[in-house]
Design a protein. Sequence first.
Length: 95
Amino acid sequence: PYHMMDPCRREPFLRKPPVLFTTSTRDDRVHPGHARKMVCRLQAIPWSPGPQDVGGAYLYESPEGGHSGATSIAARAFLRTLEYEFLWKCLSAGD
């Protein structure tokens, strides 16, 4: 959770799995600022990289959509493609 990520922590965390946050600018239930803050905090924390660490916290913010993040079939397909591409890069980082 957000409150457990302390950027002032002296010793680095041992491992940080890469993470992709997706949100929508027009989400009426969860403000996109929450995802922005979490990504910012994760990027500020020192980490000891692992052997297959692609590292990083990534954010995709769609300008359209609502709580589901996509307004059309094409937007939903784009979002799924983005997620699968991120997963593929994470799984093949050690190759």
